[in-house]
Structure formats: C-alpha cells, structure tokens
Design a protein around this ligand. Structure first.
Ligand SMILES: [Zn+2]
Length: 99
C-alpha cells in the first residue's frame, strides 16, 4: 500500500494513479448526479479495487463539501439539542467544581 494525499486527506492504495483518477471521477459524478451505482458495479465486475476505493472516497469528499456549516446560533433541532446538552454538561462540571 502506498500513501495518497488528496484534498488534505491521506489514503492508502495499491495503485495511487488509478486511485487518484477514480477519486476525481467520483467527485465529478457526485456533482453532476451521474448513475454512480452502475459505475461501481462495472468496476467490481472488472475487479478494479483500487478504483472502487478511490471512486467511493471521491463521492464522499464531494458530499462533505456540499454539507453546509451550521452557524453558532443555528435554530435547527439538532443544534438546539446540542446546545442544551452542552449547557447541562457545563452545569454538571461547574457544580462538581463548586462542591
Ligand atoms: Zn443547525
């Protein structure tokens, strides 16, 4: 296995050139909404495991880029629950320190 660095992340592959090309193809496919399942099935049929890994990581990277960051005062349910949990946690720490 050889280390491959793409987009600030480190991957391992037996075939870095193939991995990188497939990674770029995956990134591109995620943006354009191509039929990624069919492509992955074709790679499996050919036994191109380095390409499959690269392609999947490329898809994941594109998905990560599409996630929007939640602002500190985000009103969505998950963020509100997170802030409540954090407040409770801080209270527990504070009470323990004050006792
Ligand atoms: Zn949020």
């Amino acid at each position: 296995m050889i280390a491959v660095l793409i987009g600030g992340r480190r991957y391992e592959s037996s075939d870095p050139a193939l991995f990188t090309a497939a990674y770029r193809a995956g990134e591109q496919a995620a943006r354009t909404g191509e039929d990624t399942d069919a492509y992955i099935r074709a790679l499996y049929a050919q036994g191109e495991h380095a390409a499959i890994a690269g392609y999947l990581h490329g898809l994941a990277a594109a998905a990560r880029q599409q996630l929007t960051e939640h602002p500190v005062d985000c009103p969505c349910h998950a963020c509100v629950a997170d802030r409540r949990a954090l407040t409770r946690h801080l209270h527990r720490v504070w009470r323990r320190a004050a006792a």
